[in-house]
Design a protein around this ligand. Structure first.
Ligand SMILES: Cc1cc2nc3c(=O)[nH]c(=O)nc-3n(C[C@H](O)[C@H](O)[C@H](O)COP(=O)(O)OP(=O)(O)OC[C@H]3O[C@@H](n4cnc5c(N)ncnc54)[C@H](O)[C@@H]3O)c2cc1C
Length: 413
């Protein structure tokens, strides 16, 4: 089939790769001048079946009031916040009977995705910056106990977190600041860190070799059903048998009005990246401070710190606040790892989140138009698996994991 992939973030690139592997004639349309320039640009890099970052999956359901849920969520409210954003926050934090099933679905997609990532990297000889393991730090016993049920559930699913004393934690991450006080840690040995943008660029190289067409600086303005799917761009109208929207936070704006209000919302977060001055003083892999909702990851010769989630645009004040939080966390957790303040890259990106913390993968309901988006804080972790799944569903092949809960149809009345 002749297929257009809209969006060349990590999800679009992986989707194009799997579709091309299945023998389809694939064209990629991207409004930016290069791949991975939006949410995939400088993400924290966690490849995490433990879904251990607080924004990767909601905590165990709580019966608290919305006001208290928001306070404990670590999410700040920025400019232009909408009713839809607040509805999302309530759904994200509110008790849900199917919490365990959703967690199992997300965990299985990430596990599948990591296997697929390793296979692709091996087959195509792709070498990207990577490290092994993720450590969660808890300041109090109560905070760690709150995670206990989730840890048990993950263990039953095959993702094991080892609870550690501070002394054991310091063996795993010996460069943690001597003055840093914490109660305990949980270490996920199977989790990884990888460079998302670098991987997207490497995969693009493979796609070019395989003859995939890339249309950069080409925003798609509409998709319409015309005996196939027509997409409109400033460079002209193009016809395809199928179109796959991998357009991140913009994804559902391109389909028919009736489907525009599929639920993903946009959540901003910030990263700072700093060069490592002394490797022995830097993290070996990823450390997540659960209370601060900040992660610190090793990314080759750099450290990347991520956090400061905000609904609505954070604006200059929010940017500065997020930057300070990340900077202070880096200094307290890994003092001496970097020339702080020098050559530091600060970046903000927005990811699309659905209320049930699961992506939308499958037919959109608009003829010929498929979706692969709204992976929230797990887009890098899920990209390779989500792409394989989408290609199987679109090609009418049996999927290797259960896709029922991921269908966009779940949000239509
Ligand atoms: C600070 C931060 C840290 C994160 N950390 C992690 C992490 O540790 N692990 C993890 O798994 N995930 C993480 N994430 C989430 C992850 O980065 C995203 O889920 C993922 O990058 C989404 O990929 P995507 O391809 O769907 O979207 P994007 O990368 O945003 O790509 C969508 C593309 O579509 C293009 N586009 C949009 N509209 C159009 C149009 N009309 N026409 C043409 N092109 C269009 C955009 O230009 C863009 O390039 C993080 C996100 C942020 C912001």
């Amino acid at each position: 089939m002749k297929i257009a992939v809209i969006g060349a973030g990590i999800v679009g690139i992986c989707t194009a790769y799997e579709l091309a592997l299945d023998g389809h004639n694939v064209s990629v349309f991207e409004r930016n001048a290069a791949v991975a320039e939006d949410a995939s640009f400088a993400c924290a890099g966690h490849l995490s079946a433990s879904l251990s970052h607080p924004m990767a999956f909601p905590n165990w359901p709580s019966n608290s009031l919305l006001r208290d849920l928001w306070r404990s969520s670590g999410i700040s409210l920025g400019r232009g916040i909408t009713v839809r954003d607040l509805r999302w926050l309530r759904a994200w934090k509110a008790p849900a009977k199917d919490f365990a099933e959703r967690l199992a679905c997300a965990q299985s997609l990430v596990t599948y995705s990591l296997q697929r990532l390793h296979t692709i990297a091996l087959q195509a000889s792709l070498v990207h910056e990577e490290s092994q393991g993720q450590l969660l730090l808890f300041k109090t016993e109560a905070a760690q106990q709150e995670q206990q049920k989730k840890l048990e559930l993950l263990k039953a699913l095959g993702t094991v977190g080892k609870v550690m004393t501070p002394a054991e934690v310091r063996v795993v991450e010996p460069a943690l600041g001597a003055d840093l006080k914490f109660h305990s840690g949980v270490f996920f040995a199977q989790d990884e860190v990888g460079n998302c943008r670098q991987f997207a660029h490497l995969l693009k190289g493979q796609l070019l070799e395989a003859g995939t067409e890339f249309h950069f600086n080409t925003p798609v303005t509409a998709c319409s059903d015309a005996g196939g799917v027509q997409i409109q761009t400033p460079k002209g109208v193009f016809s395809f048998d199928r179109v796959v929207l991998c357009a991140g936070t913009e994804g559902t704006n391109l389909i028919a009005p009736g489907f525009k209000h599929l639920p993903p919302i946009r959540l901003w977060s910030t990263t700072i990246s700093a060069h490592i001055r002394e490797p022995l003083n830097a993290p070996r892999s990823a450390v997540v401070d659960f209370q601060q909702q900040v992660s610190i990851s090793r990314m080759g010769s750099r450290i990347r710190v991520s956090g400061g989630a905000a609904l609505g645009h954070p604006g200059a004040q929010g940017n500065e606040k997020a930057k300070q939080l990340l900077f202070q966390t880096l200094q307290s957790h890994f003092p001496g790892a970097s020339d702080y303040g020098r050559n530091m890259q600060v970046w903000q990106g927005a990811s699309a989140y659905s209320p049930d913390a699961l992506p939308l993968i499958g037919p959109s309901g608009s003829p010929g138009v498929w979706l692969n988006l709204a992976h929230g804080h797990n887009g890098w972790s899920m990209a390779c698996g989500a792409a394989r799944l989408l290609a199987d569903l679109l090609g009418g092949k049996p999927a290797e994991i259960d896709a029922t809960r991921l269908s966009p149809g779940r949000f239509k009345g």
